[in-house]
Each structure stands twice: as structure tokens, then as C-alpha cells.
Design a protein around this ligand. Sequence first.
Ligand code: ATP
Ligand code: MG
Length: 446
Amino acid sequence: MKQTSPHVYTRDQHPVSRSLISANALKVLYRLNKAGFDAYLVGGGVRDILLGLAPKDFDIATNATPEEIKALFRNCRLIGRRFRLAHILFGREIIEVATFRGHHDSDEKQQKPCQKTSKQNEHGMLLRDNIYGSIEEDAERRDFTINALYYSTADFKVYDFANGLADINSRTIRLIGDPQTRYREDPVRMLRAIRFATKLDMTISPETEQPIKELASLLGNIPPARMFEEFLKLFLSGKAQANYHQLNHYELLKYFFPIVAQAIEQQSLPFINSFIETALKNTDDRINHNKRVTPAFLFAALLWYPLQRQIEQLREQTQLTPQDAFFNALGEIMAEQQRSIAIPKRFQAVMKDIWVLQDKLTKREGKKAFKTFEHPKFRAGYDFLLLRAEIEQEPKLQELAKWWTDFQTNNHETQKQMIKTLGRPSARRSPRKRRKPRATTAPSKP
Ligand code: ATP
Ligand code: MG
């Protein structure tokens, strides 16, 4: 049902206070107002405050056009093609300012073709959405009711155009408008529904949930670069494990990791699921303790067992050396993965390092252990080894992991000793070392 006039909550009826809003966002709001424009805090900034949470970032909506915004702020960049937006930069903080969106279908007909600023593909997907409109239209173009709440610093009121406050109170994720149409316009909204449900501990309403399975395949049309962005939001915000479960539940994992989803479905790789679960749990723990994480580690974890299988197959079917089989398999797996998610080169390089280190960590004789220890990605490689040992419970792997754990805590002398005694474990001595030199067969140096 279309709601024409908003519910308006005055300052004494809502908890949004300026002390909860970033000083930079307030600056932007005031300057837009001072120049005669309407400007509102919208989206996560209002929603999270109403939920008693600290907003991750602050988004602003205004009736100023991108050019008008740019003219007001020296530290402004215009970005985006699908959605033209202004980014106002304050050191590390970015305040995103969007011009009110209008309706694309009716307006489009009124505009000359050369002025077209909205475009759909054959699936109803919006390729461009740069028709400007009123605040009411802007509210209808937003995804979920809880994201269409506007706060004004001109009158300190909250404007609720889509019954968002009721959904905040009942903790419901509900698309604005007809769910089928809204998912067709932008299939990423399916991922956003899941993400907000896990992040905010909310339930997706039945009519918003219902079309997901049917329309899931539309996610296959999303450019890999945007899927990478969504991957980061789903997997590097402290809720990776919950999002992974939901992606599996809605059968959406295959749009991110087709090889992994298939292996899980066919149960063809015994360790893959517990390995991924543990890697995701560790990632969540690290993020929730403000520790650094890299997406490369997760990518490496997700694709490790598919990589191993690929190497095995190549070794069975070809005469490739182990090293060549590894690099060929890596190339094949990466190429396949890139079709779903565009993993930036710098992360691909780290994935490769982590994988290569798994082999290097086994080779410790002479100076090798010290060299590996100095590898810039040693820590990630070692953590990865620990994870494998934990999941596979294979004695040799566990011994290796323990060896490296000890190695790091020991002083240089003891480290050298550890390397010297390699291959001479007290219980089982290697046959080579046990064999006595025989003058008759062993060529002796002059
Ligand atoms: P958070 O930043 O905490 O992840 P958010 O709600 O602020 O959540 P953003 O991605 O920052 O999400 O987007 C800001 C706002 O822009 C949203 O609240 C929503 O109103 C609107 N929006 C973002 N993406 C879409 C989309 N794909 N379709 C419709 N509206 C969207
Ligand atoms: Mg936001």
C-alpha cells in the first residue's frame, strides 16, 4: 500500500539526537540547509540510532543535484554511474550524499532519449537510476521500510514514509513496494535482506522472503565487481558465519562461490564445510575483537580443498611436476572464481602466498625454516596451517603445526637445534640417517 504522507515524529517522540551523529555529517547537513537545500540523514544512520546501535556510517539525502553539492564542498568527489553520488571526504570519514531519486518509468517517457538517466535491462534490472525527484519518491525508491526513515537537523523531526518505525519495533525486514519488482530492479536486494536480518537480528517478512528462491538466478547477472563489494559486507562485518548459513539456506552461495557450493551440495570434499565454518568463525571473532582481517585469508580458505582436488586430478591425468600442477590448478580455480567475484589482484597475490606457504612450511632443513619465517605472509600461512591441522586432525600436519608454534617462541639457538634434529625424531629415526656409511659404495670425497 502506498503511503502518501509520512508519519512525523517530533524531537520528544524519538531518540535521534545530534550527539549520536558524526560531527562531519552534521556539518554537511547544516551547510546544505544554509544554502537553501533540504537535507536529511537517512538509511543506516537513522535506523541504527533508533535501534540503539552505533551507525557504521552516515548517509545524507538532499534535493541538491550532484553538481550543486560539489559546488558547496571543496572536499567533494562525484562517483558512480548506476547511482551518481557525492562523497564528501573528511580524512578517513566519508559522508555519502545522494540526490533524491525519482520514479524511473514515468519520467523516462517524458525525457528526450539523449537525456535518459534511467535504464533497465531485459530482466527489469536497473542499470542506471539517476532520475531525481521529491523526498516522497526517494523514500519509495529505497529498499527496506527500516531504511526509509529521514531525520532533519532543520526541525529535528523523523519522517517515516513507509511505516519503518513499526518494522523497527517488530524487528522486520520488509521491502518497500512489490517484492518481485524490487528484486528484479536490483537482485542485490536479496543479499541486503539477508545481511540486515543477521546484522540487526531481525526477521525477513514472508512476502519479502517468498520470491528469493524463485528470483535467485538474477544474481548471476550482477557484475563480479559488485559481488566482491557484497562479499566484503557479508563476510567482513562480524557476521560471516550467520550470513554463510543464510546464503546456504536460500541457495545463494553459488552466486559467490560456484565450485564451493557444488562441492558442499555433493558432499564431495570431506573437510570443506568444517574448514569454512571454522575460518568464518575465526574471522568473526577477530573482527569483534577489533583485530585485522584480510579477505584473502577467507578466499584462500574457501577455495583450498577445491584447489587440492584440482591438483590431484591434474597429477592423475597429466605428467606435470607437482609445482606445475599446483600453478595450473591455481590458474584454473582463480579464473573460474573470477567469473563470480572480481577478487582484486592484491588479494589474489596474498591468497597465492598463503597457499604456497603451505608447501614451504613443510620444508625446514638448512636455512629454509628461517627464510619461510621471514616471509611477509608467514603469519597468515601459519594460521592457515593451524586451521588445516585443527580440521583434518592428521598427526603429521598436527606435528608440523606444533613444530612451527614452538619455533616461533624459541630463541635463535634453540631454533637452530630444532632444525638440526629434524628428521631425527627420538622415537622413529629415518632409515637414511640410520644407515652406516659403507666405504665400498659411498663415494668419498678426496
Ligand atoms: P549499513 O551502511 O549499515 O550497511 P545502510 O542501510 O546505511 O546500512 P547503505 O548501503 O549504506 O546501507 O545504503 C544507504 C541507504 O541507501 C540504505 O539505507 C537504503 O535506503 C539505500 N539503498 C542502498 N542500497 C540500495 C539498493 N540496492 N536499493 C534501494 N535502496 C538502497
Ligand atoms: Mg550506510
